[in-house]
Design a protein around this ligand. Structure first.
Ligand code: NAD
Length: 498
């Protein structure tokens, strides 16, 4: 199928594909596939006002009824899965099964949110005063801006939108300027769900297209109480303080520098499979991609030998082709950054295996062979997230040392240990173990399920999205004390008789 056919099959019209000046290129071959219309900065106040108006109506709709909209969205996504998955592949360069997997993740979070719409509950708390009752009530908070990164062009939107909508919050989505087409295609799917739902307020789910300047209009508006921003630590460092300074609520999902500890007792074959998937899957462009392998010195050489053998056979190429496991990087700049970081690692004493630019047998675009780099120590290059398939390997002797290396980076997203030793596994998960938001045993750091809360600590931003009780981030908590007695006792025994 040609690029145009993929986009048309997803419902995008000629006017949408050619009606603007913002160029969109496919990482598959570097070709320009569309020129979309950017939202003008002057339009933003109206868009935000429309969202506020939608909020006033939507917050009054009972949560289970709000869940019905998300149920319909899940249905529409199910029937459009192949078409939307193909646009993810076209625009983000993911291999076919990962493109489809991303849409499945949207469906999964819709299912989760539908159930949640009947489970938004608070606590009942014992009051110290006779004839009194205390409880917590959760209320909608207001418009939620969703700023997303290129590498999960649609799933991260769904993590946020499905929760925000059942929580009673309208959404305004600003996708990455590198992936507006997946967003336009998703908005069409959302529009179908809204139409079937019938009486949702206008402006409940809006989409704005553009770069940082359009994002900033949302970040700076007091009328947008929640800003969920996914992207680089650099972006979060700008967005987080701005939202906080105006007393908004930032939900930050930023960069990771994820590690795996491989202990002496590990099942090495299983570890190798997990390492290869998490280090080279999505061409190393997941926030949870494995970037640091911390291997016990007694198994390190054997592990590196197995990995270099596995890496040598990895099919790199057109992500649409059957059998391809490593598709392109998002653009030439990403390829150049990877090459520069490999050069820097080598100058710090790193032994580089692989990592070369691939030009033969690919349709254009920025293709690379994944790299393994044996490092003498954890240098600043290793501490930096490079959004490409580079796996740094470090050795260790004691578990304490391994955990110290694992934690000695600015980011705190995902981590894991491969061990068959229960003491090691539990130590890794304990308060003195991994400092990350995600810590796994005998599975890699990437590929989280939607049932758990997703996010990380330190420079990863501290936000939580997706499952568990992440929904609370989209609501305001109200503590209620109800006096059903005929007296007015004060708390803490205070007397104030008049
Ligand atoms: P990016 O920071 O370049 O852009 C992300 C989004 O932020 C884009 O929509 C961009 O337009 C917007 N943006 C940038 N500056 C802004 C500003 N000043 N104000 C408002 N919006 C602004 O990131 P990217 O290159 O698209 O994505 C890769 C990064 O995202 C990696 O660091 C990766 O680890 C991270 N990421 C994190 C998670 C997570 O859940 N923790 C998930 C996916 C990606």
């Amino acid at each position: 199928m040609s690029h145009t056919d993929v986009l048309k099959a997803a419902g995008l019209t000629e006017a949408e594909l050619k009606g603007g000046s913002m160029a969109v290129n496919s990482p598959i071959d570097g070709a320009e596939v569309a020129k979309v219309r950017e939202t003008a900065a002057a339009e933003m106040p109206k868009i935000i006002a429309r969202s506020q108006e939608a909020f006033r109506a939507w917050r009054q709709v009972p949560a289970p009824r709000r869940g019905e909209l998300v149920r319909l969205l899940g249905e529409e996504l199910r029937s459009a899965k192949a078409e939307l998955g193909a646009v993810v592949t076209l625009e983000a360069g993911k291999i076919t099964s990962e493109g489809l997997g991303e849409v499945q993740e949207m469906i999964d979070i819709c299912d989760f949110a539908v159930g949640l719409s009947r489970q938004i509950y608070g606590l009942t708390i014992a009051s110290e005063r006779p004839g009194h009752r205390m409880m917590e009530t959760w209320h909608p908070l207001g418009p939620c801006a969703i700023i997303t990164a290129f590498n999960f062009p649609v799933a991260v939107y769904a993590w946020n939108a499905a929760l925000a909508l059942v929580c009673g919050d309208p959404v305004i989505w600003k996708p990455s300027e590198k992936t507006p087409l997946t967003a336009l295609a998703t908005q069409k799917i959302m529009d179908r769900a809204l139409k079937r739902f019938g009486d949702a307020p206008e402006g409940l789910c809006q989409l704005v297209i553009g770069g940082p300047a359009i994002g900033e209009a949302l970040v700076n508006s007091k009328d947008v109480p929640i800003v969920s921003a996914t992207g680089s630590t650099r972006m979060g460092g700008i967005v987080g303080p701005k939202v906080s300074a105006r007393w908004g609520r930032p939900i930050l999902e930023l960069g990771g520098n994820n590690a795996m500890i491989v202990a002496p007792s590990a099942d090495l074959d299983m570890a190798v499979r997990a390492i290869v998937f998490s280090a080279v899957g999505t061409a190393g462009q997941r926030c949870t991609s494995l970037r640091r392998l911390i291997a016990h010195n007694s198994v390190k050489d054997e592990l590196v030998a197995k990995l270099t053998k596995a890496y040598a056979t990895l099919p790199v190429g057109d992500p649409r082709a059957q059998g391809t496991l490593v598709g392109p990087l998002i653009d030439v700049a990403a390829k150049d950054r990877m090459q520069a970081m490999l050069g820097q690692a080598a100058s710090e004493g790193g032994a580089v295996h692989g990592g070369k630019v691939v030009t033969a047998g690919v349709p254009g675009g920025a293709y690379v062979a994944p790299a393994i780099v044996e490092m003498p120590s954890q240098t600043d290059t290793v501490r930096t997230e490079t959004f490409a398939p580079i796996l740094y390997v470090l050795g260790y002797d004691t578990l304490e040392e391994a955990i110290a290396i694992q934690n000695d980076v600015p980011q705190g997203l995902s981590s894991c240990i491969f061990t068959l030793n229960m003491r090691e596994a539990e130590s890794f998960l304990s308060a003195a173990g991994s400092d990350c938001g995600i810590a796994n045993v005998n599975i890699g750091p990437s590929g989280a399920e939607i049932g758990g809360a997703f996010g990380g600590e330190k420079e990863t931003g501290g936000g939580r999205e997706s499952g568990s009780d992440a929904w609370r981030g989209y609501m305001r908590r109200q503590t209620n004390t109800i006096n059903y007695s005929d007296a007015l006792p004060l708390a803490q025994g205070v007397k104030f008789d008049i």
